[in-house]
Ligand binder design. Structure first.
Ligand code: GLU
Length: 479
């Protein structure tokens, strides 16, 4: 049996972490088994539909390297892949249910239904619509909601993640199949589509687990074989006590991307959010994930979202690309993340800057805040120097003399290489009898006015002799 999975997002504009994880696992399972991943756009809730959202989904999947085998753009034998274009298909399946006596038109107005619900609330009994079925339903035609006629019975099934499951008759109800506007509900449409498209592994958020008995009833009424069900655990807020929501500090995938989180890191982090291979390994390439992924190691409890970990992983990936693919390969990824002041600098210079700073980056956009001084002269800020926690221990004349000695030493240095700079800096330490924190902080501040920079010799080497000395002199003149 060929494994056929699908990712079935709703185009509502905002792609949160959980949405993407629901694409990663079906992708991995399909690739691992030489199967097929279908992308289906579930756009029947027209109120939530957002223009451009489908393109955003496609773009995000492409960015992450999650190619789909059937779906928008690539097409396929089961087109169309937009649910809004499949109305006739759902209506045809709905008619099968009507003919089998398992669905009925329900013109009951919403306020009357609300009345039934309130009545049950008052009596403190569960509201089940099947107890209020209209006696003489009209013929169904689009424009009237269509409901399933549930038979109260028990079900058993196996969820690949949650294990053996059981449900009683009390959870089965007359769910709506087709809405008043003629579009199907998710509950009905996904079953029709998964069947028509041959999907045999239905992987989705665990929030659909409680509705599964109603889906089982539908599969049965339609005479269909059940697919494998794979419920993916909730992603929890960092506090661990509730589902991750927009307010819990998690950005959308689009925002992380524009902050300079690498696709590899995002994929790696999300794949491991709720799955592990039982080892201590944390960094996985896509190929390794395809090889190692397994349904039985998806955890059945919620997975806590941890942005610090995501950014740590991103830092690891930045280093990995630098060391395995080289500075230029990493540089190619950084193009949009440099500060404006870098616009006129050469690629070679920026590659040099990147080569000394890459191991401090958590996101690529850190380049914007961490490298400005490589491209424009910082404003001389004497206060920042004298108030620095190491320098403040020195008297004004000590600072002046330290600057003078350093400028002299560096001016005399002929070979402006990292190694000779390191030697010169070491000599300066011996000559001045100052601590590295004092002397190096002073020089660092004069050339960068940044609290941190790469190793001082590397910073000076990259800046070049002329710029470094000009900046040191500018401070010496103002102090
Ligand atoms: N359209 C549903 C959602 O975005 C998909 C659920 C499923 O994968 O079946 O939540």
């Amino acid at each position: 049996m060929k494994v056929i999975t699908r990712f079935a997002p709703s185009p509502t504009g905002y792609i949160h972490i959980g949405n993407v994880r629901s694409a990663i696992y079906p992708y991995l399972l399909a690739r691992q088994n030489d199967g097929k991943l279908i992308l289906r756009i579930e756009d029947t809730d027209r109120k939530r539909y957002v223009e451009g959202a489908t393109e955003l989904i496609e773009d995000t999947l492409n960015w992450l390297g999650l190619e789909w085998d059937e779906g928008p753009i690539v097409g396929g034998p089961n087109a169309p892949y937009f649910q809004s274009e499949r109305k006739e298909i759902y209506h045809a399946w709905a008619r099968k249910l009507i003919e089998a006596g398992r669905a009925y038109a329900d013109p009951t107005p919403p306020d009357v239904i609300e009345g039934y619900r309130e009545e049950c609330n008052k009596k403190k009994i569960p509201f089940l619509y099947r107890n209020y079925r209209p006696e003489n339903p009209p013929e169904w035609e689009p424009g009237i909601p269509l409901r399933f006629k549930a038979e109260p019975k028990s079900y058993e099934w196996t969820d690949e993640v949650m294990g053996k499951m059981k449900s009683g008759p009390e959870v089965l109800d007359d769910i709506i199949l087709i809405k008043k506007d003629g579009y199907p509900t998710y509950n009905f449409a996904h079953i029709v589509d998964d069947t028509e498209m041959g999907v045999n592994y239905v992987m989705r958020g665990v929030e659909y687990l409680s509705s599964t008995p109603n889906y089982l009833a539908l599969y049965e009424a339609l005479g269909l074989e059940r697919p494998h069900f794979v419920s993916l655990p909730h992603i929890l807020a960092p506090t661990g006590n509730k589902k991750l929501g927009k307010r819990d500090g998690a950005k959308s995938v689009t925002e992380y991307r524009s902050d300079g989180v690498l696709a590899e890191a995002m994929l790696n982090y999300l794949a491991c959010l709720g799955w592990n291979d039982g080892t201590e390994q944390e960094i996985y390439t896509k190929e390794e994930l395809i090889k190692k992924f397994s349904l039985d190691r998806i955890q059945n409890s919620g997975a806590r979202y941890d942005e610090v970990k995501l950014l740590w992983m991103n830092g690891q990936w930045i280093r990995k690309i630098f060391t395995e693919e080289g500075a230029e390969a990493l540089y190619e990824r950084t193009k949009e993340f440099w500060p404006e002041s870098a616009a006129n600098s050469s690629d070679d210079y920026k590659i040099k800057v990147l080569s000394i700073i890459y191991d401090r980056l958590k996101t690529l956009s850190d380049l914007r805040t961490m490298t400005n001084y490589f491209f424009e002269d910082p404003r001389v800020d004497v206060d920042a120097i004298v108030n620095n926690k190491f320098i403040k221990k020195l008297s004004e004349s000590e600072i002046e003399s330290l600057l003078k000695t350093s400028i002299k030493k560096l001016t005399d240095l002929e070979n402006w290489s990292a190694d000779s700079l390191q030697d010169a800096l070491n000599d300066l330490l011996t000559e001045t009898k100052k601590k590295p924190a004092e002397l190096f902080s002073l020089i660092r501040l004069c050339v960068s006015f940044a609290p941190f920079s790469p190793a001082l010799n590397l910073t000076l080497e990259t800046l070049g002799k002329e710029k470094s000395l000009a900046r040191l002199n500018a401070v010496a003149r103002s102090i």
